[in-house]
Design a protein around this ligand. Structure first.
Ligand code: SIN
Length: 491
């Protein structure tokens, strides 16, 4: 059973191109499944190249006027969008939970998180200041102006269907860009509802276009090949990010790539143990472990290892697994069969290599957990560092722990990964705080903190975790280029 929505106008099952809600030109459709039950939740267009082309045409025409709209006016529209998102938070939260599976409190929490980006970029829109540069020559005025980059293609993932749309589309619109967007095929309804609210907020026709599809390559290829699309912003897997980078070289697009992570979580002997356990619970089990900043490798120093394992196991064993329709649920179903198969294979592989399961370690199916993708929150201890779960994102509610002895050793382990998105560590040693944060190879460091994301902070990674930053003042710059003007003859 899915949730009942008060504002049924938000339940859209069509593309939005040039201000018109429309089916795919082919008439093809795609089922959206509620992972809590495995049942059909909605039917949306399965769009193709024609729809992708129409979206670009609309965005190209709209760009000519939207880029000239004063920043204050764009900000006003974004503020209205923010207000409408907040006003519809309960319904939007229910839509997120229905198609993505996260507990309702997290669904509604994600709506507030999404809105915070819209509000932030509404404010940033009016502060995209350029510079007057002191001229080295007499009689010249030199300036650097910020201009919108052009059409932006936003390709978003299923794990945060509202927040990822907001933190890509809000800065693009704030900068004066127009957008073509492809949400994840698993969770398109949240994005369609957000676009509906953007329409109501006064975003003009053609400025924001959304194309739903499971034919990701077909749609993305149109946008990759079209020189009018000047920017791709993508959150998803590293192989797809690399493909986009390679294929956009022909038209030299600017890219923001927020890709896979493999976050280390380090607990030193001198840490406040209870804080470290709570921080890990927040960071690891948010969205059932389906986040790219989730700790994936947990390193605990020898002196506190056994106590940490005991306390963590008790906390994890007490987590309530169930559908979002149960207000007590803390861990929902995984997104699909492929996801739960991967989790299971990582746990089995770790156990084969000597790890012990202190809680969880199995699928769940019960009168309440009727869908096929529930997995018990799991703690794995004494994990061998060659195990898959230390090298690939598990993307599930599995906390794998291993023991370390020295700071040097754990830093070497932490950095021995091609990924570099988030890292976390807990310590009470002031000098170690600076030393370790500077030594970690990643884009984000949580120091005695498990909840790191915020609209005012630059979110993004290094190495195979991608490049570009979302949120913060840097998030707006990703959607602008700098034009240098040199005016002579002033003497
Ligand atoms: C992600 O998992 O892609 C984003 C997580 C976040 O914004 O905290």
């Amino acid at each position: 059973m899915s949730f009942k929505i008060d504002n049924e106008d938000l339940l859209l099952q069509k593309n939005f191109i040039n201000g018109v809600w429309c089916a795919a030109k082919s008439g093809n459709t795609l089922p959206v499944v509620d992972p809590a039950t495995g049942e059909l939740y909605a039917t949306v267009p399965d769009s193709g190249a024609d729809d992708a082309r129409d979206a670009v045409e609309a965005a190209a025409v709209a760009f000519e006027t939207w880029k000239k709209v004063p920043a204050k006016q764009r900000a006003t529209i974004l503020k209205r969008w923010n207000d409408l998102i907040i006003a519809n938070a309960q319904d939007l939260g229910k839509i997120i939970s229905s198609e993505q599976g996260k507990p309702l409190a997290e669904g509604v929490g994600e709506v507030a998180y999404a809105a915070s980006y819209v509000e932030w970029f509404a404010e940033e829109a009016t502060r995209a200041n350029g510079e007057i540069i002191p001229s080295p020559a007499v009689g010249r005025r030199m300036a650097a102006l910020k201009e919108p980059i052009g059409i932006v293609a936003a390709i978003t993932p299923w794990n945060f269907p509202a927040a990822m749309i907001a933190r890509k589309i809000a800065p693009a619109l704030a900068a004066g860009c127009t957008v073509v967007c492809k949400p994840a095929a698993e969770t398109p309804l949240t994005s369609l509802a957000l676009v509906k609210l953007a329409e109501q907020a006064g975003v003009p026709a053609g400025v924001l276009n959304i194309v739903v599809t499971a034919q990701s390559k077909e749609v993305a290829d149109v946008w990759l090949d079209d020189a009018r699309v000047r920017k791709i912003t993508f959150t998803g897997s590293t192989p797809v990010g690399k493909h986009l980078a390679r294929e956009s070289a022909g038209t030299l697009k600017k890219l923001s790539l927020e890709l896979g992570g493999n976050a280390p979580f380090i607990v030193f002997d001198d840490a406040v143990l209870d804080d470290a356990v709570e921080g890990l619970m927040v960071a690891k089990f948010r969205n059932g472990g389906q986040t790219c900043v989730c700790p994936n490798r947990i390193y605990v120093q020898a002196g506190i290892y056994d106590e940490f394992v005991r306390k963590l196991t008790a906390r994890v064993a007490a987590l309530v697994v169930g559908p979002a329709t149960n207000p007590a649920s803390q861990i929902g179903p995984m997104i699909n069969a492929k996801a739960i198969d991967k989790i299971e294979s990582h746990v089995n592989d770790a156990v084969e290599k000597g790890a012990r399961i202190t809680t969880g370690g199995k699928r769940i199916q019960s009168a309440e957990c009727v869908g096929p993708t529930y997995y018990a929150p799991t703690v794995l201890v004494d994990v061998d560092r060659s195990s898959k779960c230390f090298h690939e994102e598990t993307f599930g509610p599995v906390a794998p722990l291993t023991k370390f002895n020295t700071e040097e050793e754990v830093l070497e382990w932490a950095n021995a990964s091609p990924f570099g998105l988030a890292s976390y560590f807990y310590t009470n040693d002031l000098r170690r705080v600076t030393r370790v944060s500077e030594a970690l190879e990643c884009g984000i460091v949580g120091i005695n903190e498990g909840a790191i994301a915020a609209e005012a902070a630059p979110f993004g990674g290094v190495k195979d975790s991608g490049y570009g930053r979302e949120g913060s003042t840097h998030g707006l710059e990703e959607y602008m280029h700098i034009k240098y003007t040199c005016q002579g003859g002033l003497d």
